[in-house]
Design a protein around this ligand. Structure first.
Ligand code: GLN
Length: 543
C-alpha cells in the first residue's frame, strides 16, 4: 500500500460530499470509495472522511454483532468499516481522525467550554457544534486535491442533521460537489422502479440547504429512461447527472460502471477541470474476476457468525475481502462458508469441515466458541488442510499445539481461563492495569507494529522481506516462557517484535500450510495488491 500521497502546493480544499436517502445499507461507502478510486486513477491525491452520527467516540467498544467489523488503521484507530473500503479502493492509508463521530464533536466542545474558551457566552449547536464538525472535516483536507466526505445515516434522521448543516456551510465556502445516494425500489406488480421515496428524500435534503449535483440511483435492476426523466423533473437533477448503480456481483466493478457513465469526468467538470481518466488497473482486476473459473471451498470459522435466521455479513468484512483479492490473483472463485464455531464445542468438526480446501480462523474476544475453534484447528492440523490464523486464531493454534502435541492438558489463554495450569497466552503486563481500571476504549495494543521474520521460514518467503509491519488489536500475547517448549515439539515462531519479546508469526513446516499471525493482515489487503499471507493460503490450496 502506498503512503498517503500529499501534493506540496497549498490549495483550497475541494470537497465531494456523499449523503444517503431512503434507506441505510445502500453501499454509500462503496460509492464514495469508487468515486475516490476514479479520481486517484486520474493522478489526483484523494482522501476520504466518514462521519458517524453516533455518540460513541469510536467503534472500538461496540459489539461486533451489532456494528460489524471494527476496522483498525495504521495509527491505531478503531473505526468504522467504511474506512476499510476507502483504503481498499484508494490503495492508501487513511488516518483515524478521518472517522468523525458526534461523540468526538461534543466531547471537544464541552472540554473547550470547561476551559472558558467560549469566554462565558452560550455554547450552542449552531454555531459551535457545527463549527467543530467543519473544523474536523477541514483538517482532513490538508495536502489533498480532493476530500470525499461520506455522511452516515439517511436524510431525515435527527442524528446526522448537525453534520448536514456543516456540509451545507462548507458547500457555500469551498468548491464542492454533493452526491445523493438513493434507492429505487422495484415493484413486481407494476414491473417498475419507483422514485417517490427519492423525491421525498430529496426535498428533505433541500430543506437543510443541500442541493445535490448528482443522484446515484441504487436499484435491483438498473434505472431506465422514464425514471431518469421523473427524477429530473421532480428532483431537479438533469438526466445525465443521475448515475445508474444496480446491484453488482462484485463491488470492485463499480468504478468501471461509473467510468462507463463518465461519472469522474462529470464530477471534475463541476470543479471546472477537464480530464479524461482511464481505469486501466481496475479493468485488469475486473478481468481477473471475470476469468476465474475454478471454485475454492473456503471455511471461515468465526464466533460471531449466526444472526437470527441469517448470517452477519460484515463482522469479518476485511477477511472476506482479503480472500477475494487473493483468489482473483490466483484465477479462482472463492466459495466462502462462514461457520459458527460454537457448534464444535461439543460435536467433532469432521462432518462440517470435510471437503473444504482451506480454513481461516479470524480474531475475536471472550470465551464463547473458543473450544469449538480449538477443536476445528486440531482437525485442520491433523488432516493437513491449509489453515490461516488471525490474531485470536494464532493464539488458539498455539493453545491447541500445547494441549495436543506438547501434553499440556488444560493449556489456555488467561482471557478464557484465569486459573489454567498452562497460561500459554497471557495478558500483556501494561494491559492488566487498564482492565483493572475499566479503561476499555482505545487502550489495546493498536495499530501498526513491526516484526522481524526468521530466515528460511514460510512467512519470510511469502513477504519477501526481513522486516514487515502489520496492524494489531489485542491485549493478550504468546507467553514467552513457553516458546522454547513449543519449539522443541516442532512449532516454528517465524516472526517476532524487533526486541524479540512478542511472538508475531507461527508456522508448522511439515504441514501443507499452517500459518498464523498475531496481527490483522486482512486490513492491508487491497484488490490492486493482494496480501502475501492470503496469497500463500490460496496457493497452498492449488498445489
Ligand atoms: N482476544 C484476544 C486478545 O485480546 C485476541 C484479539 C483479536 O483477535 N483481535 O488478545
Amino acid at each position: 500500500m502506498e503512503k498517503m500521497s500529499r501534493s506540496k502546493k497549498k490549495s483550497s480544499p475541494r470537497f465531494i460530499f456523499v449523503v444517503g436517502g431512503v434507506l441505510s445499507g445502500l453501499g454509500k461507502g462503496i460509492v464514495t470509495s469508487s468515486i475516490g478510486s476514479i479520481l486517484k486513477a486520474g493522478g489526483y491525491s484523494v482522501t476520504a472522511v466518514k462521519i458517524d452520527p453516533y455518540i460513541n467516540i469510536d467503534a472500538g467498544t461496540m459489539r461486533p454483532t451489532e456494528h460489524g467489523e471494527v476496522y483498525v488503521t495504521e495509527d491505531g484507530g478503531e473505526i468504522d468499516q467504511d474506512l476499510g473500503n476507502y483504503e481498499r479502493f484508494l490503495n492508501t492509508h487513511i488516518p483515524k481522525r478521518n472517522n468523525i463521530t458526534t461523540g468526538q464533536i461534543y466531547l471537544s466542545v464541552i472540554e473547550k467550554e470547561r476551559q472558558l474558551k467560549y469566554k462565558g457566552r452560550d455554547v450552542e449547536v449552531i454555531p459551535d457544534i457545527v463549527n467543530e464538525a467543519k473544523r474536523r472535516m477541514l483538517q482532513c483536507t490538508e495536502g489533498f486535491d480532493f476530500t470525499l466526505v461520506e455522511v452516515g445515516g439517511t436524510t431525515g434522521d435527527i442524528e446526522n442533521l448537525v453534520f448536514l448543516h456543516a456540509v451545507r456551510e462548507l458547500t457555500r465556502e469551498y468548491p464542492s460537489v454533493s452526491v445523493m445516494v438513493t434507492y429505487l425500489p422495484y415493484l413486481k406488480n407494476v414491473n417498475e422502479l419507483k422514485t417517490k421515496p427519492t423525491q421525498h428524500a430529496m426535498s428533505k435534503l433541500r430543506e437543510v440547504g443541500i442541493f445535490p449535483d448528482f443522484v446515484v440511483a441504487r436499484s435491483e435492476i438498473g434505472i431506465d429512461k422514464p425514471r431518469r426523466w421523473i427524477i429530473s423533473k421532480r428532483c431537479f437533477i438533469d438526466e445525465e447527472y443521475t448515475i445508474d448503480n444496480p446491484d453488482l456481483e462484485s463491488i470492485y466493478t463499480l468504478p468501471l460502471l461509473f467510468e462507463k457513465q463518465d461519472f469522474g469526468e462529470k464530477i471534475l467538470a463541476k470543479f471546472g477541470i477537464k480530464h479524461d481518466i482511464d481505469l486501466k488497473e481496475w479493468r485488469r482486476y475486473s478481468n481477473k474476476l471475470k476469468n476465474a473459473e475454478k471454485e475454492l471451498n473456503i471455511a471461515l470459522i468465526g464466533k460471531y457468525v449466526s444472526h437470527g435466521k441469517t448470517e452477519h455479513a460484515d463482522v469479518y468484512l476485511s477477511v472476506l475481502e482479503a480472500i477475494k483479492h487473493a483468489c482473483a490473483y490466483n484465477g479462482v472463485k472463492p466459495k466462502i462458508t462462514q461457520i459458527q464455531s460454537t457448534q464444535f464445542d461439543e460435536n467433532p468438526p469432521r462432518k462440517v469441515l470435510e471437503g473444504f480446501d482451506c480454513a481461516i480462523v479470524p480474531g475475536g474476544f471472550g470465551s464463547t466458541g473458543i473450544e469449538g475453534k480449538i477443536t476445528a484447528i486440531k482437525y485442520l492440523r491433523e488432516n493437513n488442510i491449509p489453515f490461516l490464523g488471525l490474531c485470536l486464531g494464532m493464539q488458539l493454534a498455539v493453545i491447541e499445539y500445547a494441549r495436543n502435541v506438547c501434553d499440556m492438558k488444560g493449556a489456555n489463554s488467561t482471557e478464557m481461563d484465569a486459573d489454567t495450569p498452562y497460561p500459554i497466552i497471557d495478558i500483556m503486563p501494561e494491559q492488566k492495569d487498564l482492565i483493572k481500571n475499566k479503561r476499555y476504549g482505545a487502550t489495546m495494543r493498536l495499530g501498526a507494529y513491526p516484526a522481524i521474520l526468521k530466515k528460511g521460514t514460510i512467512v519470510r518467503g511469502l513477504y519477501s522481506n526481513d522486516e514487515v509491519s502489520e496492524r494489531h488489536r489485542h491485549r493478550y500475547e504468546v507467553n514467552p516462557e513457553y516458546v522454547e517448549k513449543l519449539e522443541q515439539k516442532g512449532m516454528v515462531f517465524s516472526g517476532a517484535s524487533p526486541d524479540g519479546k512478542l511472538m508475531e508469526f507461527i508456522e508448522l513446516p511439515e504441514h501443507k500450510f499452517f500459518v498464523a499471525t498475531q496481527g490483522h493482515p486482512e486490513f492491508k489487503s487491497t484488490p490492486l495488491k493482494a496480501h502475501p499471507l492470503f496469497m500463500g493460503l490460496i496457493k497452498a490450496c492449488l498445489k
